[in-house]
Design a protein around this ligand. Structure first.
Ligand code: S3P
Length: 171
């Protein structure tokens, strides 16, 4: 089993889809943001505040190298900016979770933990800047993706089933 690398914009539901995939397959899931938080013993938001974004991106680069060299048979969900890693394609099959910007924001705002979800993502604090980031990134996400899943108005379970079906066809 090749690794599956989940990419996509902040709040698109990478974590929720990953949790459904592992319920319905033999994949183990890891999350690049979780790895960084546990290695640093502080939250992403705090890392951004105390060290700046460049430091965080360096940590992502270290994780990307480790994933390429040492991780197999794993579903890897990534932070929204992880797609910039040069070795991304060497890590595994790239699956993009895709949705329009407004639908992503609506999804976050309707979540019972909306305030927490917004607060933990420093790059979502200014929605105008976040939309600009989305517009810059979406073509890049699409270029990199081996598989695209439109997650708009679909449950995480439905997305996970679609993902597993498409991955099976791809390999
Ligand atoms: C980021 C996305 C976040 C996290 C960090 C930076 C980004 O992850 O890695 O705040 O650059 O898009 P999520 O996509 O899980 O929110």
């Amino acid at each position: 089993m090749k690794n599956i690398v989940l990419i996509g914009f902040m709040g698109v539901g990478k974590g929720s889809v990953a949790r459904e995939v592992i319920k319905h397959s033999s994949y183990i899931a890891i999350d690049t943001d979780d790895l960084i938080e546990s290695m640093e013993n502080r939250k992403i938001k705090t890392i951004f505040e105390q060290e700046g974004e460049a430091y965080f991106r360096k940590l992502e680069k270290n994780i990307a190298k480790w994933l390429e060299n040492s991780v197999q048979n794993t579903l890897i969900s990534t932070g929204g900016g992880f797609y910039k890693q040069k070795n991304l394609k060497k890590i595994g099959i790239i699956v993009l979770l895709d949705s329009p910007f407004d639908a992503i924001i609506k999804r976050i705002k309707e979540h019972p933990n909306a305030a927490k979800k917004l607060k933990k993502r420093p790059l979502l604090s200014d929605l105008k800047a976040a939309k600009k980031l989305y517009d810059e990134r979406r073509p890049e996400y699409l270029k990199l993706a081996d598989i695209v899943i439109d997650v708009t108005d679909k449950s995480a379970l439905a997305c996970s089933k679609e993902l597993l079906k498409k991955v099976k066809k791809h390999v």
